[in-house]
Design a protein around this ligand. Structure first.
Ligand code: CDP
Length: 695
């Protein structure tokens, strides 16, 4: 009878069959001797909550206060409203100590260095991070190009692309925590002499065989994108030759803001920047233009070749169209909107791009399931803003505690991470939230909801971080004056739409639904920040939520539904999934007839299905049916109110031409996105998700 169920924790009933399978395969702890499970999902959430709440003891909280926080964290996870990134779930309270998902490791042009940042030092660091479930990003641009001289052996250099292969093989060998394979981001900046090899490293004949554990991205600058538009030539540089002690070509080619380590020149440079509008570069204590930098490089004999930027860009586009790689990282945008720009320049991101990080920094993530905050009010669907605030508050506290609960594999990582205390609160379940609200993903209303939600979440995450600073102190690198309030440069909704020539306006319905957001006052927050400090140099981030969205039983990240029915191929087996919300709709329209369902499952979509009503077709448009510009625009909306990065895959139909990729990459740059990745259906032999259950 019903009463009997009360004896079980009803929370476990929230967990879907697929979620349970994933948890069972990778997350739930087993006895190492008997291999029997020693915990249930609820016990797992309890283990994590306890481990993370325990950190509060370091800040003088008593048992009772710690228990209260533990209960809050547990509630949030067990209700599937907030889930931290995989390493935190797997490793909390176990022998393994890494709880973060994102790392960036520097690679200097030497085999090994006393600072531990040579090529093979980086390789070792990577293995240690992968072993415990973290993902790593590298900028390989400092390495001398292929064929260059090696003084110590009078030999010839192999070049960065060859070295990347070692990182790739090592990743194969060290399976993350014994449970999943490591992920990497390899970056090369567009000025590097080997950039053409880099662009082709995963395409054509090398597709599906080369660098399979890497996402690769070309680091591009505004000067480069401008040159693409104008069809101008850009120089390719040998970084070894530009190395005035301690500096390299990159030093010139970046917005000066990234290089202002010396406090005595900061004031002066800030003034100059204001006058010259930002597109200027720093040489020692003086600002120089790109043209001046070129003169220096020429004098140094560092320019290997001039190439047409347009041609280089076309190759990038062709590669991405062919295989999904390379993506782009917009280095200027990343550094312009980096809140702690004054401590260094960012050259790389973690594997999926949501965390642009300084060398050795790490970041931990956690995501709120948006669909849990859709509530019925007076017979209408609406958003539970108060509930959202609560989840944001405890989400940020959770992530901040992770920084202290982490056991870091290397002291450089610990130092860099604790200096800036970056955390990334993100979201999942946007697509399902929109469906529950009755709004198609590819509509201006949906974009507006994205924009407003991002703003709301960023506001409250920032506010929480200020409150945490009152309680526990600011991050050590915090400087109330130089800290950059990125909300000041957030573009307004209308201007973003203008960039992409969309004329529609958001409806009164969504304006009313989100009017609470319009009342937020960021300038008050700034006053508080200056007065009380800030606990974390970044607070939000939009992660892909590949696995945790399965655990939470929701759609991933800010992506549209991938398919209404599909087979998911993951390390532990094949899953057939039919979207439950979709099934609900089928029932509503009395279409849950086995024959109709079978038909839908064969293709994954309802676009061509004559039985499905029009409104339903619109609402359930899947990732490949959503026009590319709506993908990019959603990413732009979330990026505006985000102090780190927004991970997004611009999914394209198999038959889209290369021109579509080109348009997407250009639009991404113009919309101020920090990084962009496309994936054309079926462009890889092994893809995680296939449409339909027949394939
Ligand atoms: O859902 P989950 O927490 O497992 O991860 P995600 O949100 O899909 O990915 C977040 C980050 O985890 C990625 O950007 C990588 O830094 C890292 N990751 C990894 O190292 N290896 C994987 N196989 C997947 C993710």
């Amino acid at each position: 009878g019903k009463g009997k169920w009360k004896e079980f924790d009803s929370r476990d009933l929230l967990i879907s069959y697929n979620a349970l399978k994933v948890l069972e395969a990778r997350y739930l702890l087993k006895d190492p001797n008997t291999l029997r499970y020693i915990e249930t999902p609820q016990m797992m959430f309890r283990r994590v909550a306890r481990h993370i709440a325990n950190v509060e003891k370091l800040y003088g909280k008593d048992e009772k206060q710690v228990k209260e926080i533990e209960d809050k964290l547990y509630e949030m996870m067990s209700n599937l409203k907030f889930i931290p990134n995989t390493p935190a779930l797997m490793n909390s309270g176990t022998r393994l100590g890494i709880l973060s998902a994102c790392f960036v490791i520097p690679v200097r042009d030497a085999m090994s260095t006393p600072n531990g940042d040579g090529i093979y030092d980086a390789l070792r660091a990577m293995a240690l991070v992968h072993q415990q479930g973290g993902g790593t990003g590298f900028d390989f641009s400092e390495l001398r190009p292929k064929g260059d001289i090696v003084a110590s052996t009078a030999g010839v250099a192999s070049g960065p692309v060859s070295f990347m292969r070692i990182f790739d093989v090592s990743t194969d060998v060290v399976k993350q925590g014994g449970k999943r394979r490591g992920a990497n981001m390899g970056v090369m900046h567009a000025w590097h002499a080997d950039v053409q090899d880099f662009i082709r490293a995963k395409t054509g004949e090398l597709r599906d065989t080369h660098l399979q554990n890497f996402n690769i991205s070309v680091g591009v600058y505004d000067y480069f994108m401008n040159a693409v538009e104008r069809g101008e030539a850009v120089p390719l540089i040998n970084p070894r030759k530009t190395r005035i002690p301690g500096k390299d070509w990159d030093y010139y080619m970046t917005n000066a803001r990234g290089y202002m380590h010396d406090e005595s020149v900061q004031e002066y440079i800030l003034k100059e920047l204001e006058e010259k509008g930002g597109s200027v570069y720093l040489d020692e204590s003086r600002i120089i233009t790109v043209d001046e930098a070129l003169v220096i490089a020429e004098k140094e004999n560092a320019i290997v070749q001039w190439v047409n930027a347009r041609q280089l860009f076309d190759e990038i586009v062709k590669g991405a169209w062919d295989s999904g790689d390379p993506g782009l990282l917009f280095i200027d945008e990343i550094n312009r909107r980096h809140p702690v720009w004054y401590i260094g320049k960012i050259n790389a991101t973690n594997p999926c791009g949501e965390e642009p990080l300084l060398p050795w920094e790490s970041c931990n993530l956690g995501s709120i399931s948006l669909e849990k905050f859709v509530v019925e009010k007076d017979g209408k669907m609406s958003i539970d803003w108060d509930g959202l605030v609560e989840a944001i508050k405890y989400g940020v506290r959770f992530l901040d505690n992770v920084i202290d609960a982490n056991r870091y594999p290397l002291k450089q990582i610990e130092e860099a991470t604790k200096k800036t205390r970056k955390v990334g609160l993100g979201v999942m379940g946007l697509a399902r939230m929109l469906i529950k609200l009755g709004i198609p993903y590819d509509s201006v209303d949906a974009l507006y909801i994205s924009y407003q939600l991002a703003k709301f979440i960023y506001y409250h995450a920032l506010k929480t971080s200020i409150d945490l600073a009152k309680e526990k102190g600011s991050f050590p690198a915090y400087d109330p004056y130089y800290y950059h309030d990125i909300w000041e440069s957030a573009r307004d909704f209308g201007s973003l739409l203008e960039v992409s020539n969309i004329k529609d306006k958001p409806s009164d319905y969504v304006k009313k639904l989100t009017e609470v957001v319009d009342r937020l006052d960021f300038s008050l927050l700034k006053e508080e920040r200056i007065k009380f400090g800030l606990r974390n140099s970044t607070v939000v981030s939009v992660a892909p939520t590949g696995t945790i969205s399965i655990i939470a039983g929701t759609s991933s990240s800010i992506e549209p539904l991938f398919a209404l029915a599909f087979v998911r191929n993951v390390a532990v087996g094949k899953f057939i999934e039919i979207d439950p919300l979709f099934l609900e709709y089928l029932r509503k329209y009395e279409l849950d007839d086995p024959e109709v369902v079978q038909k839908i499952a064969e293709t994954g979509t309802v676009a061509e299905n004559p039985f499905i009503p029009r409104t339903m077709k619109k609402l359930f448009r899947t990732a490949h049916e959503v026009p590319p510009e709506y993908h990019v625009l959603h990413q732009a909306m979330w990026q505006q109110w985000n102090d780190s990065g927004t991970s997004k895959t611009i999914n394209l139909k198999s038959e889209e031409p290369p021109e579509t990729v080109e348009k997407v990459y250009m639009l991404a740059w113009k919309l101020g996105i920090k990084g962009v990745t496309v994936y054309r259906d079926r462009s890889k032999s092994q893809q995680v998700i296939y449409f339909g259950i027949k394939k």
